[in-house]
Design a protein around this ligand. Sequence first.
Ligand code: ATP
Ligand code: MG
Length: 430
Amino acid sequence: MTINSKRSHYSNQLDEKTIGKHVTVGGWVEDIRDIGKIIFMIIRDITGPMQVVINQDDFSQAREIPRQSSILISGLVQSSKAKGKRVEIKLENIISIFPAQHPLPIDPTGRVESSIDKRIDSRALDLRNPQVSKVFLIRSKALEVIRRTLSDNHFIEVNTPKIIGSASEGGSNLFSFDYFKKIAFLAQSPQLYKEQLILALDRVFEIAPYFRAENSNTVRHLTEFQSVDIEAAFVDYHEIMDIMEETIKNIIKELTNSNLVNIDKNETIKSVLQSKIPELTYKECIQELNSNGEKIEYGDDLSDSSLRKLGQSHPGFYFITEWPLKLKPFYIHEKEDDEFLSNSFDLQVGYLELISGGTRQHNPNKIRKRLQEQGLNPQSFSEHLKTFEWGMPPHSGCGLGLDRLLMVLTNSINIRDVVLYPRDPIRLTP
Ligand code: ATP
Ligand code: MG
């Protein structure tokens, strides 16, 4: 046996069928219990813990191995008397050890709690805590289901540039930087590209990071976040709402089937499976807020405090539709029978906004007018607007904040809990 010996099994592959087999396993030493003649070592790999039984006459040095060292061992699988364990490994050989240096910055078993800041500072170690790694297994599974559901709905995955030469949606929240003596920006959304792409590809989606230069120090904003963006030709915003609802339901079903989440412990995601996501119009929200004593007028944006009020009476998933046009970006379509309103929606979970979407304006002259109304120069959008002369069909789309969806799926209050290496106005490392 050498350092190049191959691992033969992961922890979750050790069951009664492997009893009597010689196996090679690797992982990190979580615990060592020394009861005299026998030493019990718990080694954890990404799939779970395993108990290794060590005869101290053969491997007395085992008790000196620092916790959290990585270790590759071989041994014989035998049935176990330990509570909750069916099998254990009787150590035959220690193949390699890469010792962990103590003191460690955090305790990755979670027995000693650390603040989220300290944990992120040592994220690679923090992830050895199964509660933490589970969040990222959930994230990975969610991405898998999103790709599958959208592809089943005939969406094509695309990749658009994140370095752009002009502001994609206008506004001041763009990061800019020097680009070979020119100024370039980091994309705040793929909006313009995805609208152009449906001219030929019909339905597209993109999962990518976007950047907002907003000094928002909240538990739901990052300066770099992942967005799931979709755009489709010849559909209206209600169809987009249906596709996103199907996607979210599929994610929850699959996370439940693979035992990654227990819906009985998360009422919010349990309830979404039981019925259609309810729809409230913006107007109904204002009426509800007014009747609860909130000072807000028809036409005002829903402030943080208004959203928190709404969140109290609607703690689960709900759509807010038909927003005033002036509150929405220039590319949103007005409502046909009431031009004050728009064909738009947000998907909320309590106070938290998950998705913004809508039917897009496909008449370039109306877009020019709206750009002007919003203080933007139509000239700077000429590259984009020229594509509207090439047969732009009616179309709709939306952007889903993946990190915020993960907060809901994992019942996390802070977005930093569900992002490996979060970027916010203060944090740029690790
Ligand atoms: P908010 O009002 O909550 O700041 P927004 O309306 O500015 O969000 P949109 O431009 O509508 O955001 O972006 C679409 C989605 O992307 C949002 O619904 C949200 O889920 C996500 N998102 C937007 N900004 C951020 C951010 N700074 N950090 C994390 N997610 C974000
Ligand atoms: Mg929004």
